[in-house]
Design a binder for this molecule. Structure first.
Ligand code: F6P
Length: 542
């Protein structure tokens, strides 16, 4: 079999890029008045306008051929059928079973249904006030202690669904082993009213266990009750015995399974803070929205399939246009944590350099994902997007309607979003820039000297994702869209998107360096590390 980069379709795409290089995106609109309509797709309440890209019909056709030739439809089927796609850990990849019917996966559906029932009962007990803390008071604050996938998903969704939250319960998230995170959070809380959710699939993650132990000490110390853990701690984990050893009651442990990856887990009991904050009904709407996107993904041909098209556009820019990063810019205050969430999803999944058999790949893989909400980013890094030397494809995300009554704000927000994608595409010519300086009163010579600084090359690609309102259903669909995009890219690049061995070395080294800092072991490291350890010791042990 040809390697990916030697395949005929890859070669044809390389030629396509050469042809399109000299055509502007704006020019493509002039050539084809139907372009916007043709390159807009909708599914599960999400509309994707991908017309402002360096593509034409032959490009789309070649890209979808690439998807076919790399076996994307078969891989989608394999995931939904429960094949062990995570080959390095010998695991199935079944986050879709957390939210869909998956009739052919009765075993998973049965355990998921029972976990959802346990969550519903618990949420009901907290909301109704039946669950009381050790001193008999109601729970008013929930602190999720977790990191990575056990933090970013529930934190992002809780913020996104702020308008759906019950005013009687506040949620807080502690992830960093930096004690400032926990102590700043606890400063404002009353232990008698606080519930901790220790979220850790493995229950071995050092940051989470350190924070959980300190939280437990704070609780027991302040309530003067060594047994308070029973009423104030629950856990979400697949390591039930380990959580019990920590002191959490077996009844208070919600399950996780090895067929759900951490960064794909917000749909499981890892989403407990979401259900507590927004109610079980809204949590189920989130699942239902994702399930609608799953159905679209599994049933739709590549050329009409939103996640597949988004994945192919990413491949197009990463592999054929040399883009090394991808910006995600939600024009939505409530999506303030969204880019950070997608960063883990994408970069922990596709930040790999060997294929599924362990051979080093000869093409680039997952890009650097970055971004911030609009309009804030416009007054910061958009300068680089418009005039910098990097090629950065952008996803703009925006809703038609807002949750707040300030109609004028939303129209301004929406106008800013459209202005940015249009400015990236059109740019500003040298002549326009010069004329603007002349209108400002500069003479022609000075205006010509200044014009290069104001001109903008334009021809910079972007997609716009649009939905009616940021609801639980829409959010579920939006997250699932990105999950599937990342998966499709991994299939095209032939990498395993579901392991994360690259994070292990740092953990191992930390286990060696920490005892050296505290003086419990010697410091047999490299010269730089030894010197830094010595400085720490000099500061703390003199
Ligand atoms: O270190 C990376 C990672 O394994 C992520 O993949 C995961 O989401 C996070 O740590 C937390 O893991 P756990 O839920 O087991 O504490």
């Amino acid at each position: 079999m040809n390697t990916l980069t030697q395949s005929p379709v890859w070669q044809a795409l390389t030629k396509q890029r050469q042809q399109l290089e000299h055509m502007s995106i704006a020019g493509l609109f002039e050539q084809d008045p139907q372009r916007a309509e043709k390159y807009t797709l909708s599914a599960a309440g999400i509309t994707l306008d991908f017309s402002k890209h360096h593509i034409n019909d032959p490009t789309v056709s070649l890209l979808t051929q690439l998807a076919q030739s790399r076996g994307v439809p078969a891989a989608i089927n394999a995931m939904f059928s429960g094949e062990k796609l995570n080959n390095t850990e010998n695991r199935q990849v079944l986050h879709v079973a957390l939210r869909g019917d998956c009739k052919h996966l009765p075993e998973q559906r049965a355990v998921v249904r029972s976990a959802l029932q346990k969550m519903a009962d618990f949420v009901n007990q907290i909301h109704s006030g039946h669950w009381r803390g050790a001193t008999g008071e109601r729970i008013t604050d929930v602190v999720n202690i977790g990191i990575g996938g056990s933090d970013l998903g529930p934190k992002m969704v809780c913020r996104a669904l702020t308008p759906y939250q019950a005013p009687t319960l506040s949620t807080h998230f502690v992830s960093n082993v930096d004690g400032a995170d926990l102590s700043e959070t606890l400063k404002h809380l009353n232990p008698a009213n606080t519930l901790f959710v220790v979220a850790s699939k493995t229950f071995t993650t050092a940051e989470t266990l350190t924070n959980a132990r300190s939280a437990q000490a704070w609780l027991n110390g302040n309530l003067n009750d060594a047994g308070a853990t029973a009423q104030h701690f629950v856990a979400v984990t697949s390591a039930i015995d380990t959580a019990c050893e920590f002191g959490i009651r077996r009844d208070n442990i919600f399950p996780m399974w090895d067929w759900v990856g951490g960064r794909y887990s917000l749909w499981s009991a890892i989403g407990l803070p979401i259900a507590l904050a927004c109610g079980m009904m809204n949590f189920e709407r989130l699942l239902a929205g994702a399930a609608r996107m799953d159905q679209h993904f599994s049933d739709t041909a590549p050329e009409r399939n939103l996640p597949v098209i988004m994945a192919l556009l990413g491949v197009w820019y990463s592999n054929f246009w040399g883009a090394q990063s991808h910006a995600i810019l939600p024009y939505d205050h409530y999506l303030g944590e969204f880019t950070k969430y997608i960063q883990q999803l994408d970069m922990e999944s596709n930040g790999k350099r060997v294929n599924r058999r362990g051979d080093v790949v000869e093409h680039s893989t997952g890009p650097v994902i970055w971004g911030e909400v609009g309009t804030n980013g416009q007054h910061s890094f958009h300068q680089l997007l418009h005039q910098g030397s990097h090629r950065v494809p952008v996803d703009f995300i925006v809703s038609l309607a807002s949750h707040h009554p300030l109609a004028d704000h939303h129209s301004q927000l929406f106008a800013n979003c459209l202005s940015q994608s249009r400015a990236l595409m059109l740019g500003k010519s040298f002549e326009q820039a010069q004329a603007e300086f002349e209108q400002m009163g500069f003479n022609a010579d000075v205006a010509r000297t200044l014009a290069p600084h104001k001109m903008m090359p334009g021809n910079r690609p972007s997609s716009t994702l649009l939905f009616e309102k940021l609801s639980p259903d829409t959010l579920g669909a939006l997250i699932a869209l990105y999950e599937h995009k990342v998966f499709v890219q991994s299939v095209i690049w032939d990498i395993n998107a579901f392991d994360q061995w690259g994070v292990e070395l740092g953990k191992q080294l930390c286990n060696e360096i920490h005892p050296a800092l505290t003086g419990a072991s010697a410091s047999p490291f490299d010269g730089s590390t030894n010197a830094l350890v010595a400085r720490y010791q000099a500061h703390h042990h003199t």
